[in-house]
Design a binder for this molecule. Structure first.
Ligand SMILES: Nc1ncnc2c1ncn2[C@@H]1O[C@H](COP(=O)(O)OP(=O)(O)OP(=O)(O)OP(=O)(O)OC[C@H]2O[C@@H](n3cnc4c(N)ncnc43)[C@H](O)[C@@H]2O)[C@@H](O)[C@H]1O
Length: 268
């Protein structure tokens, strides 16, 4: 049994299957962790969800911003934007099952065995692992509970931009969602800058993983989301997995035990 972690698939189902063939992935024995953004912009989000759902307990996927966006569209809280491919999932005959499976994915996966945390965008420097997991659970409860429509209606936006334990309601949930699913740059106190998407830090901010973190140093964080990094972080304890498949780059999987990476080109 071998455990692998894959970056943002975003509906690039053919690339996913080519990559799994390349590593001789055994669907009955091996484990696949997915670092969020399973869907959207790529051509085959429904097929991707169907395949990952079919892996059962051998797939552990966390939610990304594009997954949340699809769930918000499905809930009637948002309209699709140009370039979104949500309709392909919404029109699928098994749409309900696929969306319910997605809605019940976590935001953070903690593996004690492998000393890893997997999250889509990142974890703020101001939280230790206990807080990270408790705040992920808060957000999961909101999305999985009866008031999820209300959350999706209020999910979008860049404010508040910094954490306070006194935050309540949808402001608190939006802040947590923005840390886990949209963050790239922040300041040492966890203030977010969500406009910049390239590699150049805006003045006063740095990539979230370069700050001093409260989290235990023994935990490696696996994350996706940031295609412009091209899978490179150069900092011990961090593994960037998004290599921009949906932008014509590559899809990359990392074997957890030795951190060896395998990639396929987007266009085969
Ligand atoms: N609370 C909330 N508030 C607001 N929106 C929410 C939300 N929750 C969910 N959403 C949804 O989140 C999305 C906005 O997210 P954002 O993070 O704001 O923007 P994005 O451009 O859509 O990011 P993406 O996730 O695609 O990241 P990537 O690095 O691949 O791509 C980013 C850029 O990198 C560029 N890029 C790709 N490869 C690159 C490379 N090798 N070098 C340089 N740039 C590269 C691409 O061209 C692209 O412009 C929307 O769909 C929105 O609806």
């Amino acid at each position: 049994m071998t455990t692998y972690a894959v970056g943002d698939i975003q509906g690039c189902y053919d690339a996913l299957r080519r990559l799994l063939d390349k590593i001789d992935f055994d669907e009955d024995k091996d484990k696949l962790w997915v670092a969020g953004d399973l869907v959207n912009r790529g051509p085959a989000s429904a097929e991707t969800l169907r395949y990952l759902k079919g892996l059962g307990e051998n797939c552990t996927a966390v939610l990304g911003n594009h997954d949340l966006h699809l769930l918000a569209i499905a809930a009637g809280a948002r309209k699709p934007k140009r370039g979104d491919t949500a309709a392909e999932v919404l029109d699928a005959p098994d749409s309900h099952e696929l969306l319910e499976w997605l809605r019940f994915r976590p935001f953070v996966h903690h593996s004690e065995k492998h000393h890893c945390l997997m999250v889509h965008a990142g974890v703020p420097p101001i939280w230790d692992e206990d807080k990270i997991l408790r705040r992920a659970a808060e957000l999961e409860a909101a999305i999985q509970g009866p008031d999820s429509h209300d959350f999706f209606m209020h999910m979008y936006g860049n404010q508040p931009d910094h954490w306070s334990k006194d935050l309540t309601g949808n402001d608190r949930l939006r802040m947590i969602a923005n840390y886990f699913t949209r963050m790239r740059f922040c300041s040492a106190d966890g203030t977010l800058e969500l406009d910049s998407k390239g590699n150049i830090p805006p003045r006063g901010f740095a990539p979230w993983f370069l700050h001093k973190h409260k989290r235990s140093k023994d935990l490696t964080v696996l994350f996706g989301h940031w295609a412009a990094l091209e899978g490179r972080v150069f900092k011990k304890g961090y593994e960037a997995l998004d290599t921009g498949c949906v932008w014509g780059g590559q899809l990359t999987v990392m074997r957890i035990k030795d951190r060896k990476r395998f990639s396929v080109d987007a266009d085969g």
